[in-house]
Design a protein around this ligand. Structure first.
Ligand SMILES: Cc1cc2nc3c(=O)[nH]c(=O)nc-3n(C[C@H](O)[C@H](O)[C@H](O)COP(=O)(O)OP(=O)(O)OC[C@H]3O[C@@H](n4cnc5c(N)ncnc54)[C@H](O)[C@@H]3O)c2cc1C
Length: 457
């Protein structure tokens, strides 16, 4: 009787350059490919609405891909600590393979590795979604890196990304295929029509990811030095594809190097260093699994956030603050599930510093509405903007959204794209005075740095 291998896919929804799948195929037994929707384990951060939309379509694409290779994607739901051993028992599997993850969720993987091994089942994990495991390099003093530039320099000096692996020609399925949930029963798609516009912006799945990379290398890379200008189509839009592992950073790395050649060397290096920021975010997540809730700099626990004005928060979410660049970004987010990087910084800074609202509230909104909502990059970036994170912008450097707009969207192409009433009387007046709110933010920051002296009785 055969003893199949299970490939447990998580943030690696692809068949090419997938080390866990390759290991299963090498074992020479039939292969069961499974995805587990785990919203039950306490270590898992439940997906936001935009990510659920993406996941639905990505799993649809992966299901078709595995069928075309002679197999079937099995869907199961529940706490992975129970679901995986149950599938092992049901199928008499002899091995389980997966690609690593690095947040609090890694505790689930560690538990499963020991329990499966103890029961005589091979359990093996691989590096696949990052260019390096976050623990694999440290400062000369043996400490984790807290600053990006030396982190990335050390990576480039010590590693050279391995070549990506091809997709298999086929995946041998077991004689009896295990039962699978019906994807529709997972109800991942929103019940409101909010995401109807997403398909005009995105094609989730491995094929869509490679199309996006090829298009970027052919048309965007030569403009990448203008990546800060939101009205210029110069960035890759690969982030949700990388987030769900529909493409690997190794594939991105080598294809970029190949396409760039000497003429576009600088643009390629800059682009790959942004991929390096993604690695740095995971480095931070690995050290701080609670990065989405805890200030990485503890002194920030004393920051005097303002009581949340629901009206202002709503105006920010709806892109009706009267500050053009912020509103354009927030509307881009709502309509397309993404926002240009520079505008993310400006919109986040406006919420935190001008409205005085705790970064965690903005982070949660992004978590819910971004198709690339990432458990490492999202909180690390919010903490970077706030000043509470690693290598963070100093708090006193408050972005002025009007100056940012002049500098990076001088012809208002971006603002006009996302704000139909831009420049007309129906566009709202600013909900806050930028200069006064900046002064208040700096005073709050000073209050945090110099807490009031204790009163003597
Ligand atoms: C407040 C805030 C929240 C953010 N939340 C997320 C998030 O949830 N998920 C996410 O992937 N990125 C996040 N970012 C980082 C960045 O804005 C996006 O990765 C980028 O806009 C994606 O567009 P792109 O794929 O065209 O980027 P490109 O410029 O083409 O960059 C290539 C790839 O590098 C990675 N990358 C680029 N910039 C960063 C960065 N600053 N930090 C980490 N990785 C980066 C992404 O994977 C991206 O696809 C956030 C930034 C800010 C300021």
């Amino acid at each position: 009787m055969s003893s199949p291998s299970i490939v447990w896919l998580r943030d690696d929804l692809r068949v090419s350059d997938n080390p866990a799948l390759c290991a299963a195929l090498d074992r020479g037994e039939p292969v069961i490919v499974v995805y587990v929707l785990d919203h039950d384990s306490p270590e898992i951060r439940p997906l936001g609405a935009a990510s659920r939309w993406w996941l639905h379509h990505s799993l649809t694409a992966l299901g078709a891909e595995t069928e075309s290779l002679g197999s079937r994607l099995i869907l199961r739901r529940g706490a992975a600590r129970a679901v995986i051993p149950a599938l092992v028992a049901e199928t008499n599997a002899g091995a389980v393979f997966w690609n690593r993850r690095y947040g609090a969720n890694r505790a689930i993987d560690a538990d499963l590795k020991s329990s499966l091994t103890e029961s005589g089942v091979t359990a093996q994990s691989f590096t696949a979604n990052l260019l390096h495991d976050p623990w694999s390099h440290q400062t000369q003093g043996g400490q984790p890196f807290k600053v990006f530039t030396p982190f990335w320099k050390a990576y480039l000096n010590q590693h050279s990304p391995r070549l990506p692996w091809d997709a298999p020609a086929s995946i041998p399925a077991p004689a009896t295929r295990p039962a699978s949930d019906d994807l529709a029963d997972w109800a991942l798609l929103p019940t409101r029509d909010w995401a109807d516009t997403f398909p005009t912006h995105w094609t989730p799945g491995e094929a869509g990811a490679h199309e996006r990379l090829n298009d970027f290398l052919a048309n965007g890379l030569e403009l990448y030095h203008r990546r800060d200008e939101p009205g210029v189509p110069s960035t890759s839009h690969l982030s949700p594809h990388l987030r769900f592992g529909e493409i690997s950073p190794y594939q991105v790395w080598h294809q970029t190097k190949l396409a760039a050649g000497p003429a576009l060397d600088k643009n390629a290096d800059r682009f790959l260093s942004e991929v390096g920021w993604r690695e740095f975010s995971y480095h931070q997540l690995f050290m701080n699994p609670d990065i989405s809730t805890r200030n990485l700099k503890p002194e920030w626990d004393a920051f005097p956030w303002k009581p949340v004005s629901q009206a202002r928060l709503r105006a920010w979410k709806q892109g009706r603050t009267g500050i053009g660049l912020v509103d354009a970004g927030m509307r881009e987010l709502w309509v397309s599930g993404t926002m240009h990087n520079r505008v993310r910084m400006v919109a986040a800074s406006f919420l935190i510093k001008n409205l005085g609202i705790d970064w965690r509230i903005g982070e949660q909104w992004f978590w819910d509405t971004l198709v690339d909502a990432d458990e490492a990059s999202n909180p690390a970036s919010w903490q970077w903007v706030a000043g509470s994170g690693y290598d963070a912008a100093p708090y006193f450097r408050v972005f002025n959204p009007e100056l940012q707009a002049e500098k990076f969207d001088g012809d208002a192409v971006y603002r006009r794209t996302w704000i139909p009433e831009w420049g007309t009387s129906s566009y709202p007046q600013p909900i806050i005075n930028l200069a006064t709110s900046r002064t208040e933010a700096l005073a709050a920051y000073e209050a945090m740095r110099e807490p009031a002296a204790p009163q003597h009785p």
